[in-house]
Design a protein around this ligand. Structure first.
Ligand SMILES: C[S@@+](CC[C@H](N)C(=O)[O-])C[C@H]1O[C@@H](n2cnc3c(N)ncnc32)[C@H](O)[C@@H]1O
Length: 237
């Protein structure tokens, strides 16, 4: 953990192997203020092992107020998640992201957009999967997951059984799972692993969803000449 990472950001990282970055550039004063002033109100309580060592399921009614629950995994700077929350006020949106700079960026965007239907787990998606009730998620987004290009690191990718099995457990039968990636070998692994985890492929190709908002990572990929690929799955059952 670097000096600029606020100590109060809860996480279960360390208990699981996590290979990504937890912090980056020094946070701007405004970003530190978002973290200290807004995160406690918006973060999901009972996800970390410290808060919930028994891994008891979250109270879904308290979380959603009866609304459908959508989940974004690795929201980065949060632009797609805020866009989805603003477009769909009838939905409760939750997102997870272990990179504290991304969490701070999201909090700034939430303030600017004034959306009130978003909650955050500032940590690993797998800790959230542990405590979400079975079949509780109506839609999930995985936008530009870390590519891990080296073959010996492919097992670190999100589209592996250790991530997809727990995701499948928390998704409702018929729920949609969207994956966007710019890496051809990631498309290959997604097409192998996601159906094996209990999802049916509905669509794939180069045309984004009609409600898509291009993310920071996608803009970088486009600038560098890589080609986006969009895959849509449905949870079987
Ligand atoms: C390449 S970035 C893409 C960010 C954003 N979705 C976008 O499109 O701009 C992948 C993100 O996934 C996050 N991530 C990696 N492993 C994760 C995990 N186990 N749980 C949640 N997020 C994770 C990383 O911290 C990173 O921000």
């Amino acid at each position: 953990m670097s000096d600029e990472t606020p100590a109060e950001v809860p996480s279960a990282i360390g208990w699981r192997n996590f290979y990504g970055r937890r912090s980056g550039k020094t946070l701007r004063p405004a970003q530190r203020a978002y973290l200290s002033e807004d995160l406690d109100r918006l973060r999901l309580v009972g996800v970390t092992r410290d808060e919930n060592p028994a891994r008891a399921p979250l109270d879904l009614g308290a979380l959603t107020g009866g609304r459908p629950l959508w989940l974004e995994i690795g929201f980065g700077g949060g632009e797609h998640m805020v866009h989805m929350a603003a477009r769909n006020p009838q939905v409760a949106v939750i997102g997870c992201e272990p990179f504290v700079n991304g969490v701070a960026m999201l909090l700034g965007k939430i303030r600017a957009a004034g959306v009130g239907n978003l909650s955050i787990h500032p940590g690993d998606a797998r800790d959230l999967f542990d405590v979400l009730p079975p079949a509780s998620v109506a839609k999930a987004f995985l936008n530009y997951p870390d590519p891990w290009p080296k073959a010996r690191h492919h097992k670190r990718r999100f589209v592996t059984p250790g991530h997809l099995g727990p995701l499948a457990r928390v998704m409702a039968p018929g729920a949609e799972f969207r994956v966007a990636t710019d890496i051809p070998d990631y498309v290959r692994q997604t097409l192998e692993e996601v159906p094996a985890a209990g999802f049916e492929l509905l669509d794939q190709g180069g045309v984004p969803w009609e409600d898509w908002l291009s993310t920071r990572y996608e803009q970088k990929a486009l600038r560098e000449g890589r080609v986006p690929h969009y895959l849509t799955f449905r949870r079987a059952g």
